[in-house]
Design a protein around this ligand. Structure first.
Ligand SMILES: [Zn+2]
Length: 421
C-alpha cells in the first residue's frame, strides 16, 4: 500500500489515537517513532545479511521454528472463505476506516480491494521466502460467533476465516505453512468439525472467547474439551482483554481463571499473549464477580502458571507482548526463567507490521535492548515484519535473561501429540 500524501497524512494522524485505541488497547498511547505507515519494501539482501540478523539465528534450530500465531485476513472479495462484517469492511466512522487501512497496510495487502485477499498471501509468502529453510508460520482460522442454541450469529461476528480457507492456503506451500483450526464449541457439529480439521492437518484449535461469545465454563464448551483431549489437539485461546475484534463483546469471558475448566480436563492450553491485557474480577477471592476485587489478567495467568497441577498443560505465547501497550509485562516474562520452557513464540502477524504499535526506542529506554541494535531492527519492519519480530525478541534482555532458542522452536510442542489419538 502506498503511503498517503502529506496533507492526507496529517488528517489521518488526527484520527489515529481514536482509531488505534481499540486496536492496541488504550492505556499506553501509540508511537509515531517510525511514522504511521509501513512502506512495504521488497526483500533487501544486505539487510538480511546484517550481522545482527544473522546472530539472531545462531543456536536456533530453524527446522523447528514455527510461528504459532499468525492471522489470515482480507476483505472476502474472492469469496473463498473469508467473511467480513459490513460494519468492519465498509466502516462509516473515520476512526474505523483508518483502523481497517492500518491493518491492511501492516500486512502490505495493497489498496486494490478486488485483490486484497490474494495480495495478503503473496506478501506473506515473500516474507517467508526470506527466512531460513524450515521456518514455518501457523495460519489461524477464525470461526463465527454462535449462540447457546447453536445458531450462527453473523450479527455478532466481526470477521471469520473458514477452516477450509486456512487449510487451502497452508497446503499451497507445505514447506512454509501449517494451520490452526477454529471451531466454536456451541456448534451442533462441533465434534465432527474438530475431527475433520484434525484429519485435514490442523495442529490446534484457536478461540477468541470475548469476540466469539465462548463461555469457557459452559456445558457445551466442557464437552468440547473432552473432544480436544480425545483428538489430542491443543487449544490456543486468547485470555485477557480483547479490543481489536469486537464481535460478541462478551468481556466477562476474558477472565483467565475460566480456563481451569480446560486444564482440569487434561487439555493442553496456550494462553495467547500470556493474558497480558486488562483486568478481571478475582473469582478466587469472591465467586460473585461484582464483589470480587479487580486484578490484572496477567496476575491471574501468573497464578495459573504457578499451579503445579498445570505444569505440562498450561503454556503461554509471547505474540504481541512486545507491543507498546503490553510491553509492561515483558520484564516479568523475561525474568521468570522457570516459565521459559512453557513459552511459545508467535508474531500475531500482521500486527508487527503496523507501525504505531511498536516502539523500538521504548525498549532501549526500558533497559531491555542495546542501543546498537536499534537501526537494524527498525529497518526490518518495512522489509519483513516477521523477521522484525524475531530479531527484536532475540535481542531483548532483562536482568541477564533472554528468550532462549527453545521459545522459538515450537514445532515439538505441536507434534508431541500429533497422530496418537
Ligand atoms: Zn492474534
Amino acid at each position: 500500500m502506498n503511503a498517503p500524501d502529506p496533507k492526507r497524512r496529517r488528517l489521518l494522524q488526527a484520527g489515529l489515537a481514536a482509531a488505534l485505541a481499540p486496536l492496541a488497547g488504550c492505556k499506553v498511547p501509540f508511537t509515531a517513532e517510525q511514522g504511521l505507515f509501513n512502506s512495504c519494501l521488497p526483500a533487501n539482501p544486505a539487510l538480511l545479511d546484517d550481522p545482527i540478523v544473522k546472530a539472531a539465528w545462531e543456536g536456533v534450530r530453524t527446522d523447528r521454528v514455527w510461528d504459532s500465531h499468525a492471522h489470515l485476513f482480507g476483505n472476502g472479495r474472492t469469496k473463498t472463505g473469508i467473511w467480513v462484517s459490513p460494519e468492519f469492511d465498509e466502516p462509516k466512522m473515520p476512526g474505523a476506516r483508518l483502523r481497517r487501512m492500518m491493518f491492511a497496510n501492516g500486512g502490505c495487502a495493497g489498496t486494490d480491494e478486488a485483490r486484497m485477499d490474494l495480495v495478503m498471501i503473496e506478501r506473506l509468502k515473500s516474507l517467508m521466502a526470506q527466512m531460513p529453510p524450515g521456518v514455518k508460520v501457523m495460519l489461524l482460522a477464525f470461526d463465527f460467533t454462535y449462540d447457546e442454541s447453536g445458531k450462527q450469529r453473523r450479527d455478532l461476528t466481526t470477521f471469520s476465516i473458514s477452516n477450509i480457507y486456512a487449510e487451502r492456503v497452508a497446503k499451497s506451500d507445505p514447506s512454509r505453512f501449517e494451520w490452526i483450526a477454529s471451531v466454536h464449541p456451541y456448534r451442533d457439529d462441533a465434534a465432527e468439525a474438530l475431527a475433520q480439521a484434525k484429519a485435514n492437518g490442523a495442529r490446534a484449535v484457536k478461540w477468541l472467547p470475548p469476540s466469539m461469545g465462548i463461555d469457557l465454563s459452559h456445558a457445551k464448551t466442557r464437552a468440547f474439551y473432552d473432544e480436544l483431549r480425545k483428538n489430542r489437539m491443543p487449544l490456543l485461546v486468547h485470555l485477557g482483554e480483547e479490543q481489536a475484534v469486537p464481535g460478541a463483546e462478551r468481556h466477562e469471558y476474558a477472565n483467565p481463571l475460566h480456563i481451569r475448566h480446560a486444564l482440569d480436563r487434561g487439555v493442553r492450553v496456550i494462553a495467547a499473549h500470556c493474558a497480558s491485557l486488562g483486568t478481571s474480577p478475582d473469582l478466587d477471592v469472591d465467586r460473585n464477580a461484582r464483589k470480587a476485587p479487580e486484578v490484572t489478567n496477567f496476575s491471574l495467568f501468573q497464578r495459573l502458571m504457578a499451579d503445579k497441577r498445570y505444569e505440562g498443560f498450561l503454556f503461554g505465547d509471547i505474540s504481541a507482548v512486545t507491543q507498546a501497550n503490553r510491553a509492561d509485562v515483558l520484564p516479568t516474562i523475561l525474568a521468570t526463567r522457570e516459565w521459559h520452557s512453557r513459552l511459545l513464540n508467535g508474531t500475531d502477524y500482521p500486527l508487527p507490521g503496523i507501525m504505531p504499535l511498536f516502539s523500538v526506542s521504548g525498549f532501549v529506554k526500558a533497559g531491555l535492548l542495546d542501543e546498537s541494535k536499534v537501526a537494524t531492527i527498525r529497518s526490518l519492519r518495512d522489509v519483513n515484519a516477521l523477521l522484525f519480530d524475531f530479531v527484536l525478541k532475540r535481542n531483548l534482555r532483562y536482568d541477564g535473561a533472554a528468550f532462549p532458542a527453545s521459545v522459538f522452536e515450537t514445532r515439538p510442542f505441536f507434534e508431541a501429540d500429533h497422530g496418537r489419538a
